[in-house]
Design a protein around this ligand. Sequence first.
Ligand code: FES
Length: 109
Amino acid sequence: MTVPTVEFVSDGGTVTAVTAAPGTTAMRAATGAGVQGIVGECGGQMMCSTCHVYVQPDRLEELPEMEPDEDEMLDLTAAPRRPESRLSCQIVLDEQLDGLRLTMPSHQV
Ligand code: FES
């Protein structure tokens, strides 16, 4: 089984590749690896929007459709929302998502 790796790209363009156990959320993978740029203040409860990321557009359709709660929280992000915006606490990594690239906004709060 492939262990998924996700690439976090900072606003300045620095790429940090993080390997995570399947079933881990991208937010947990980032905070667990000390990636700067993902805060995850609410621990993944969809209450803070500080785990906002921009998903690489050509892989956006591989992610499950967002729930209404996520959609609502994405209207409250500190940095501008874009069509490829998602909450990284709602992205569950699996081997199909191996190599996914997530760009972090300039700020989360
Ligand atoms: S960690 Fe709070 S909304 Fe994702």
